[in-house]
Every structure is written in structure tokens, then in C-alpha cells.
Design a protein around this ligand. Structure first.
Ligand SMILES: Nc1ncnc2c1ncn2[C@@H]1O[C@H](COP(=O)(O)OP(=O)(O)O)[C@@H](O)[C@H]1O
Ligand SMILES: [Mg+2]
Length: 283
């Protein structure tokens, strides 16, 4: 229950509509072996505050789920973790975010390399209009990860294997990635993220466009991948959060209300807002 958020101007927490939101995040904000750390992060779109004073550690080789009602800032905060918000003109971020002690908003950091270290998988599978092989080989080529064709072949095979897709596609590597089923396309996108050896993979509702069988496959994959990668997943499915994640963070109106072990959050939530959400009182 260590929460050392700095004192800050939290005047909005006195507003009537916000009065139930705690001034500081409840639960276990910090972990022993963080892969990433966020401290006092605020995000604005023009003058509209989308994330307010979020402090959290992302543990190494764990899955953490971000849950909360639509519009509470889950995607906004996720995108802060690899500077994907840079592409939105009106978006302003303050506070500090680090990966392994490197400040990711340091003006000297190379954003392309950062996004290789912190990869991303989106809601809708978005394979490149290229062959299956080239979808995977694209990143390693850009980052110069292979010295020759055979090394590149190995990366492609290994990445597809890690994503549980190799057996399904090994005979059609020269066919377009867009010709695969939705679930296969999403696993292709995960393989593409893996191909550049990321430390962290961000996933924004990666199963919401998939059928239940494809969803189950992607969930199994997420669960396995955490042995090697740190995974942050936004999900609107509480069952999914409960199935795949070690820790869960509950966001509400731009604030991080509560975070802790997934079991604790679902069995024994400490804050009434978390409880209301997980019992389906709103959402
Ligand atoms: N590109 C954007 N420009 C302006 N406002 C945005 C943009 N993206 C999100 N927002 C606003 O920020 C808030 C948080 O949105 P978002 O992060 O998408 O929430 P969630 O992923 O939890 O549904 C919402 O009020 C949303 O309307
Ligand atoms: Mg979202």
C-alpha cells in the first residue's frame, strides 16, 4: 500500500462529480523490479485533461491490464508509454516516464528505437500490405538486426513461432498478410512486434475485433509471452483482465484509482469505484 504520489493541486477532486475519486491511487503502485516507471503524468488534449497525475510502475515480465469505463484515459496513457501520442498535435504530456532508467521524453532519445523497445499492437489488426514474410522482416531490416538472408529467415520463423502462427503460415510466407483471418492477422501483428526483440509490448484492446476462438488463442499467447516480455494490455473485458494479467490498474475520469494484484482487484477491491465497475454497476 505504498503510494508516494507527490502532493499536487488536485482541486478537481473536490468537484461534486469527482468527489468519490481518491486523491491518491490506492493499492500497490510500485513493484520490486519495474521495467517502466511513470511519475505524476498529466496528459492534455488542448486544454482538456485526459490523464491526471498518474504514478505507476510496470513490472518486468508481467502482464498488467488497464481497465475502466470508456473515455477514462486508458488508451491515452498506454500511448504515452511509447510516445505514440507524439503524432497527435494537440496532445501535451508532463511528468516523467522511464524505461530501465532512460527517460523516454528526453529530447535526445531516438523515438524509432524507443518504439522497437516498446512495441504496440492495436485494436484492429493492421498488417502491412506486404507478404507475411515481409510483415515480420520489415522491422528487423529497418533496425539492421540481421546480417544476411539466413539470419532474417531465422528471425521471421522464430517470431512467427513465438506468436503461435508458424505452422499455419509456413507454406504461404509469400502470400499477403491481409489474406489471413482476423485472429491470424492479430497474431501476425504480435509476431511483427516480437521480431524487433522488444522489452515491452503495448496492446490496446487486441481482441475486441476477434471472435471468441481467436480471442482465446491471443489470450493464451499473451499469457505465454510474459515469460519473456513485459505486456501492458487495455481491455474492456474484465474476464480477459482476470485471465491474462498479473496486475490490474483501474482508471476513472483520467485518474488511476486503484492498482494491485489482479486477484486482489477482482476479489477484494479496496475502492468503491473499482468495486462498482467490476461488479458491473457502470461501464
Ligand atoms: N486525439 C484526441 N483528441 C482529443 N481528445 C481525445 C483524443 N483521444 C482521446 N481523447 C479524449 O481523451 C479522453 C480519454 O480518451 P481515451 O484515452 O481514448 O479513453 P479510453 O481508452 O479509456 O476509452 C476522452 O475524453 C477522449 O474523448
Ligand atoms: Mg481506448
Amino acid at each position: 500500500m505504498s503510494n508516494m504520489n507527490k502532493e499536487k493541486n488536485l482541486s478537481t477532486s473536490q468537484n461534486i462529480e469527482n468527489r468519490a475519486i481518491p486523491a491518491h491511487t490506492i493499492g500497490e503502485v510500485f513493484v520490486d523490479k519495474p521495467r517502466m516507471t511513470a511519475r505524476n503524468v498529466d496528459v492534455y488534449y488542448d486544454d482538456k485533461c485526459a490523464i491526471q497525475d498518474v504514478t505507476i510502475d510496470i513490472g518486468a515480465q508481467q502482464v498488467i491490464s488497464f481497465i475502466g469505463p470508456s473515455g477514462c484515459g486508458k488508451s491515452t496513457f498506454l500511448r504515452c508509454l511509447n510516445r505514440m501520442n507524439d503524432t497527435i498535435d494537440t496532445c501535451r504530456i508532463s511528468g516523467e516516464i522511464k524505461i530501465d532508467n532512460d527517460n523516454i521524453y528526453d529530447p535526445n532519445i531516438d523515438v524509432v528505437s524507443l518504439r522497437a523497445r516498446v512495441g504496440m499492437v492495436f485494436q484492429k489488426p493492421n498488417p502491412f500490405p506486404k507478404t507475411i514474410y515481409d510483415n515480420i522482416a520489415y522491422g528487423p531490416r529497418i533496425h539492421g538486426l540481421a546480417n544476411n538472408k539466413s539470419e532474417l529467415d531465422d528471425i521471421v520463423e522464430h517470431s512467427l513461432e513465438r506468436a503461435g502462427l508458424w505452422n499455419e503460415v509456413k507454406d504461404r510466407l509469400d502470400k499477403p498478410g491481409t489474406g489471413l483471418s482476423g485472429g491470424q492477422q492479430q497474431r501476425l501483428c504480435i509476431a511483427r512486434a516480437i521480431a524487433v526483440s522488444p522489452e515491452v509490448i503495448l496492446m490496446d484492446e487486441p481482441c475486441s475485433a476477434l471472435d471468441p476462438i481467436a480471442t482465446a488463442k491471443v489470450e493464451e499467447l499473451i499469457y505465454e509471452l510474459r515469460n519473456q516480455y513485459t505486456i501492458v494490455i487495455v481491455t474492456h473485458s474484465m474476464q480477459q483482465a482476470a485471465r491474462v494479467s498479473d496486475r490490474t490498474a483501474y482508471f476513472h475520469l483520467g485518474k488511476l484509482v486503484e492498482v494491485g494484484e489482479t486477484k486482489e482487484i477482482f476479489i477484494n477491491p479496496k475502492h468503491e469505484l473499482t468495486q462498482d465497475y467490476i461488479t458491473g454497476r457502470f461501464g
